[in-house]
Design a protein around this ligand. Structure first.
Ligand code: C5P
Length: 246
């Protein structure tokens, strides 16, 4: 898989087309501000902070590509990184596929990163790229779980008691984050082959029978999903401003 004589070029696809209904009413999630800057811009900067990433493809809300293009023009982004914006689809999977379809040739490593994880540290991005370069077909950053997890029989009425079916051993479970990194050819094959509805790209590669490996994730790579996550994200940014002046 890896060929040390050939420099590998890395592109990142950022799906940002979700409405973010769990955050409450308002603009599409990725366009909401964190300390005055849209979440998407934080996410784009987080990926472009890696010197290995030379192209970022942003997958915009289906009717929001022009707005996202002007946002990228309005905020300072690294000169050495190229940017593309494409309209997204109805599901995350469809949005990622549309981003992959827009990738020019010449990139052999592809990262897929949720716009909803705006604060991922560059060291996590680099660790994922490094593991793909070292030969893994698919790499996911992940953390051990704090909570015990139960599998249940989902209730038909929301809020009704749900019977527990199983308690998987917590020590063997990991909570998976993004960016997930891939050998480009394998990720394209996964998106062409797997039609089940999935919640991450690595599980599509698992379905191909290819090895997916986990590297350590980071607590600041959490997904902004609910209103409390916005408070946490702004607190992390405030702490970074104090400690790094950034
Ligand atoms: O909904 P969820 O939080 O799992 O979304 C994860 C990421 O996928 C978000 O960055 C969201 O903008 C993106 N997404 C997308 N297209 C959709 C649905 C979600 O790009 N149709």
């Amino acid at each position: 898989m890896s060929d040390d004589s050939r420099p590998s070029r890395t592109a990142a696809v950022i799906p940002a087309a979700g409405r973010g209904v769990r955050l409450g009413p308002g603009a599409p999630k990725a366009l909401r501000a964190l300390n005055g800057t849209p979440m998407l811009i934080h996410a784009v900067r987080a990926l472009a902070a890696s010197r290995a990433v030379s192209l970022v493809v942003v997958v915009a809300p289906p009717d929001g590509a022009a707005e996202v293009k002007s946002l990228l023009d309005a905020y300072a982004l690294p000169e050495r990184t190229d940017f593309l914006v494409v309209p997204g689809g109805q599901s995350r999977q469809e949005s990622v596929k549309l981003g992959l379809d827009a990738l020019p040739p010449g990139y052999d490593i592809v990262l897929v990163h949720d716009a909803a994880r705006p604060l991922v540290p560059v060291d996590t991005v680099d660790a994922v790229i490094e593991a793909v370069r070292a030969g893994a077909p698919a790499v996911v950053p992940a953390l051990p779980l704090a909570d015990t997890v139960k599998e249940v029989e989902p209730a038909e009425t929301p809020g009704a008691p749900e019977p527990v079916v199983a308690t998987p051993a917590r020590a063997r479970l990991r909570a998976v984050q993004t960016p997930q990194g891939f050998d480009r050819e394998i990720l394209l094959r996964a998106h062409e082959t797997v039609t089940d509805n999935v919640t991450d790209d690595a599980s599509m590669v698992e379905q191909l029978g290819e090895q997916v490996v986990v590297v350590p994730g980071h607590e600041e790579a959490f997904k902004v999903t609910r209103p409390l996550d916005l408070v946490l994200a702004e607190a992390v940014l405030a702490r970074r401003r104090l400690t790094d002046g950034f």
